[in-house]
Design a protein around this ligand. Sequence first.
Ligand code: ADP
Length: 855
Amino acid sequence: MAQAQATPMMKQYKEIKAQHEDAFLFFRLGDFYELFHEDALLAAKELEITLTQRGKGDDGVPMCGVPHHSSEQYISRLIDLGYKVAVCEQVENPQEAKGVVKREVVQVITPGTVMNGKAVREEANQFAVSIAEQNGTWSVSAADLTTGEWSACELESAEEAVNEALSYEPKEIIVAADTETVLKQALSARTSAAVSAYELEEQGEEVLFQDLSTPVLKRSAGMLLHYFHETTKRDLAHLQTVKPYEAAQYLQLDHHSKRNLEITESLMERTKKGSLLSVIDRTGTAMGARKLKRWLERPSLNKKQIEKRHGLTGKFIEHFMERKELQELLKQVYDLERLSGRVAFGTVNGRDLVQLKKSLQQMPGITALLKPLGNSYADELLPLLDAPAGLVELLDASIKEDCPVSVTEGGLICDGYNEQLDEYRDAMTNGRSWIAGLETEERQKTGIRSLKIGYNKVFGYYIEVSRPNLHLLQEGRYERKQTLSNAERFITPELKEKEAVILEAEEKSGELEYQLFTEVRDQVKQHIRLIQQIAESVSILDVLQGFAETAEERQYTKPVLTTDKKVEITESRHPVVETMADDGSYVPNSITLHKDREMLLITGPNMAGKSTYMRQLALSVILCQAGSYVPADSCEMMVFDKIFTRIGAADDLAQGQSTFMVEMSETRRAVEGAGEKSLILLDEIGRGTSTYDGMSLAQAVVEYIHDHLKAMTLFSTHYHELTALEKSLDNLVNVHVSAVEENGELTFLHRVVDGAADRSYGIHVARLARLPEALIRRADELLSAHESESAVRTEKKEKQPDYQEAVQIPLFPEEDPASAVVEELKQADILNMTPIQAMQFLDELRRKASREEKP
Ligand code: ADP
């Protein structure tokens, strides 16, 4: 065995590393954390630090290290890259150790459990989620360790569980070991979050789980709790009771729709800029920013709750002065959720506690502003804003406003808070002033004006006389201690006496200050629940004042929620696109939908504004149900339960799925999941395949939704032929986005009007692009020929047909469904399918086959 590896310390290293295979082991050696072997090779590359070697020649072990005091930035970088870091400390005093110093891993930092540093983004939650299954029921549990929020829900399938888990944009995903094969691939195809399998041991009863009613909920929550305890090895007093919820409690919006609608980040750059969030966010606190993001991602379904939010937003609009004052006060409120997290975690420092005090001191002001508003929602929040009794006073009396970051080096406890500490401080002050006095005195006595008293860690206090002045010094006056090139340093017995007093007082006061600090911290810990409650209320107020700010600035209107099936928005605008056209060039459009007008078939040339029109409805629904006003002149609308979108997205291909397959999967999700209260947006369905194929599918989808789902639907299409469906489908109405030709140029008016579009735009545009006239004429000829051959069958049906009948309208030569199934089976690339894809494929075949068997 290599010599370096054989040392007792390397043996200890190996034993510890063996328990933390999946993490970088930061092994404490004096003032450094060292990494060895594979860890060192990878860390040197990722952190761009120098790789060295422990031991000589061929026996050497690769090694690299980072200084202990600046380790946080290196750890943050690794966490950001998705790695885990196990921090191994010396847990006994090296001076007292017999043999190798005892070392232990004191914390494993992972992307989902990191508590500080750059990896923790202020304006976003940092969720770790877990997925478990029991007797066919699935459960997802999501917790943010930095704030203590925690919730769990039950779901019916693995696919739903994956969607729900991803909706949290988790930093880390823990899957039950028995579900690993089903989930891991499905997850890693759609997220860069670290996925680890976890073996759950026996699940005990937990107070935090008191509201969870089923074993599967407890199982997913239990996995997270165990994982947190195992990695952090801390008291997690700030974790809140797990809140059970049903996915159906919120407006359901799958992961794809969220991305496509650019709710919290833009599709291309994946940044907040260009998203709905960027336009609407006027929050002043980090807590408010996170709450807003959550509300936009999970709009409410509860009419009363939505109206409450609209109501208080309205009050904030009416009361401009109060709103401005509230904004000023909110600037003084720090991140109470994360402060409480740090209190529980034991990483809080003096400055954090000063921030806590300042934040709590704003509460009476906020309460005084809210009271006169006379709003029932504000009145509900008021009592929740009261600071815990005596806490502000305690913090004010104990922690210095200008305290240092370090909690171990003194200088953070106020004078007058503790008698003993005051005595130590007096001793130090007296000692220091005696020394200062000595300097003046000795200068006078010796006549050496440059004589000075200094201090260093090795020799303590000394008197320094420069070489040219040495002859002025009376022999034997001081005791010589150190010779420098241009000066001599001396001491005296009195000086050393005073020094001993000062140093002792310093040491003792440092220890005492730390002890007093931890006592204060523990007292704060008793109030974590109340602080979290304040944080919750402040974040709500912050979001709503922000809604008011945007509503006023961008002239949004208060939506009126109806119980009947209806959308009536006049002069609606796209909240994001309109900000990019701030010159007033944005063209507002009205949208009317009701039970006799459930479906709009939208035609018009490319770039006319079809998809913008569809998106603006979805975004208005989301804004409305999140509690905000909406960009329009007036708005009446129902509460939607789900939104499904099929809007072309750039990242489809990046995920290795063909665009058409994605298109069909998203369409399937819509037709399977939507109901009467849902909103479906389908943009150019069928574009990804051949014309007749695509057109047939598009028509079948329209008919299916119209006849079976009755969901409110906007369907844009370039198949002009489909506009004939207006005749056969009672609740479908044609609208088009108008464009005109002026001086040989096509001008988009972006106006949505009833009726079908003029269909000849494609060839028209080709003509404008000055393609050869002969070519254009040929295209015209071909178009006429195609049109006469392929008129869409839209005869009024005598009776309402069932789905089988509808799909059998022969738009193209009939194909034997059985042979189609066989053909698909032959072509299937089973080896390249994920388990979920394989199940979907099988299900698809089953459907096809069973259709064939039905009469
Ligand atoms: P389509 O879906 O018909 O191809 P888009 O909805 O993508 O067209 O719109 C194309 C561009 O037209 C958008 O990027 C936007 O800049 C502009 N646009 C769309 N609707 C409007 C509108 N109502 N007012 C002003 N500009 C618009």
